[in-house]
Ligand binder design. Structure first.
Ligand code: C5P
Length: 399
């Protein structure tokens, strides 16, 4: 259900006995990480209490146009713009009729008319109401208006009659919404781990060994993977960039800290993209006070080799996991990159040549070649966000 994470969903509840199932639906949506705003019709409140719904959604339940004692107006317009999807469950014959004809006499229908997002309805009513030409006509109108109908199942109804009209089960409604948000998002259901930025290796409390990496390329890759539906963890060295939208960002400072976080998340990942410019060396001895020119007279700093994070992950890699590395080369780029691909047990390596103007560190653009065991693809100089899309597309084709 990870396509629902962070999604804004309006749950419209109208007055039918199936309203009790909406509590389960609400719980499933919230559990999947969606933010849910419940809008209920006056009749809906006869079947299920707003207290239950507001407790589970964590948001006040909207029913009336105004709050009686304060006169506060509830904006269906901003609610309609806020939402990524609206689901009306149960949708009674009366609510479907109002929606089909624009009878905006309650908050649910008013919100529907203001919504810009995809709208789903899960009809629930007695079999004869369901089979009535009026309902059939209203559903056809709604369908033509772009509303997606989650068809009711046949079974025993509240009237004890058996027929078509049972609201679809909450688990199936949640699955329809989850699939909807996964559509056209080929990384839906996959976990992606990305490293980005430089690492800082402390010399003393005020000095470090670092490099000019800004993190832009790795952040763009993390954002693109999230956009394609992946659950993304970004392990980032010090950067001036904001956390990418929809990505779990973990900030670290040194190569050792990056290694610990990467190893903690790799086993759980389907794809790992090692984009960080990890410092190759760290000072052998950290001095825990500021080194002073006058007393210390330092003329050299002893260094130790940092762990190779990509290579460590390469050793842990299981069949089915994909590991992508980067290489920044100045000469003989493809040959060096192929050697790294093999030595670090990578599946794919993205090469940027420092020989190309506008490629590599600090710039907003990059020019890359993506190499896998049996393929080499060259891309033009582009904005790093577009380069990220090319790289993610290469990974998707590789899957
Ligand atoms: O060997 P080189 O530094 O050129 O390899 C670059 C690739 O290895 C990049 O994917 C980089 O993120 C990764 N790397 C690493 N840990 C290191 C050095 C490089 O993960 N200590």
């Amino acid at each position: 259900m990870n396509n629902l994470k962070g999604k804004h969903i309006i749950l419209g509840i109208s007055g039918g006995i199936a309203a009790y199932k909406s509590v389960t639906l609400l719980r499933l949506l919230v559990k999947a990480g969606a933010e849910v705003q419940v809008v209920i019709t006056p009749n809906g409140k006869e079947f299920i209490t707003p207290v239950t719904l507001s407790s589970l959604s964590g948001n006040p339940v909207i029913s009336d146009f105004f709050t009686a004692n304060t006169g506060e107006w509830h904006s269906h317009v901003s609610l309609g713009i806020w939402a990524d999807a609206m689901i009306v469950a149960p949708a009674t014959a009366s609510t479907l009729a109002k929606m089909a004809n624009g009878v905006a006499d309650n908050m649910l229908v008013t919100t529907y008319l203001s919504s810009r997002c995809p709208v789903f309805v899960a009809p629930a009513m007695d079999l004869d109401m369901m089979a009535h030409p009026t309902t059939t006509r209203n559903l056809a109108t709604l369908r033509a208006d772009g509303v997606r109908i989650i068809e009711p199942a046949a079974g025993e109804l509240a009237s004890h009659l058996v027929g078509r009209g049972r609201m679809e089960e909450p688990e199936n409604i949640a699955a329809v919404l989850n699939d909807f948000f996964g559509e056209g998002r080929p990384l839906a259901g996959r976990k992606v781990l990305v490293t980005a930025g430089p690492t800082y290796e402390r010399i003393d409390p005020v000095r470090f060994i670092g490099n000019f990496s800004t993190g832009k390329m790795g952040y763009a890759i993390a954002a693109e993977a999230a956009k394609q539906g992946a659950e993304v963890v970004l392990v980032s060295g010090p950067t001036a960039l904001a956390d990418p939208e929809g990505v779990t960002t973990i900030r670290i400072e040194s190569a050792r800290q990056m290694l610990d976080e990467v190893l903690a998340h790799f086993a759980d990942s389907d794809i790992a993209v090692m984009c960080a410019a990890v410092a190759d060396y760290a000072p052998a001895n950290y001095v825990d006070r500021k080194i002073k020119r006058e007393h210390d007279d330092v003329d050299s700093i002893a260094l130790v080799k940092n762990p190779d994070i990509a290579a460590s992950v390469g050793k842990e890699k299981k069949p089915g996991q994909i590991l992508v590395g980067f290489a920044l080369e100045t000469d003989n780029a493809e040959a060096h990159a192929r050697e790294k691909l093999a030595r670090k047990n990578l599946d794919m390596i993205v090469v940027n040549s420092l020989a190309d103007a506008g490629a590599g560190f600090g710039t907003d653009t990059n020019k890359v070649t993506v190499i896998s065991r049996d393929k080499t693809e060259d891309f033009a100089l582009k904005d790093k966000r577009e380069v990220a899309k090319d790289i993610i597309d290469c990974i998707i084709r590789y899957l």
